[in-house]
Design a protein around this ligand. Sequence first.
Ligand code: FE2
Length: 270
Amino acid sequence: MLQSYLNDGYVIVENFIGSEEIRALKDSAARIIQEDKTAKTSIFSSVNQLQTTDDYFLGSGDTMRCFFEEAAYDENGQLIVPKEKAINKIGHALHECSPTFKFFSFQPKINSILKTLGFEKAKLLQSMYIFKQPQIGGEVLPHQDACYLHTSPQRVVGLWFALEDATLKNGCLHVLPGGHTSKLSAKFIRSDNGLEMKQLNEANWDPNKFIPVEVAAGTLVVLHDHLPHKSSPNLSNRSRQAYTLHVADGNTEFTELNWLRKRAPFPEYA
Ligand code: FE2
């Protein structure tokens, strides 16, 4: 496992979660949406990131907030689908605020994966529940996760749990095998001037070399923080739900550049 992580920048672990566990996570996510009382809606767009980032997003590090799909609205700003079909994602502290997600996120099986990768006393930075809704699930442009989460030294890993089958039709992940050895192309930072996407190096990732990661529900995909990855819009009739965690090595500092701010220290794996 460590070998393919180091060589390719990603690892696929099939059958990591069972169907009962998946059911519990999906039910909890549905309940979070039902109980969400936010009057204001906030859109999440990977394509128009700077324009759609607002205080609602910036304050989501300690809580569970729902972000809407851009395409869920008509030109008059009215939702064209029911709320539960309009949510792009829930973020960014399900692992602290929901007992079901907390239990799942800190299970020993995950810690042993982290230890295999050499992450000791790992810190859980953020969690997201991604819906990739039928027909309106938006595109995610090619990016490296290290663009969004900064540690010194840089050492973050993404854990992507498929809660439904992810296929070419419903917008599965695409990765650039071996691309984790490329330099960081950009940094999304919070500074005195607000938010900024700072370009660092040209992202000369050959679009033809990205490969689809079609996986069955229950699969874990481990992603190196420099691995370029993306996903297409979901134009199918089926959602492509996933739960993700981003974890930092315990021997790193979480820097001031991060958009993510928390009131309390990050929870750690034992
Ligand atoms: Fe990502």
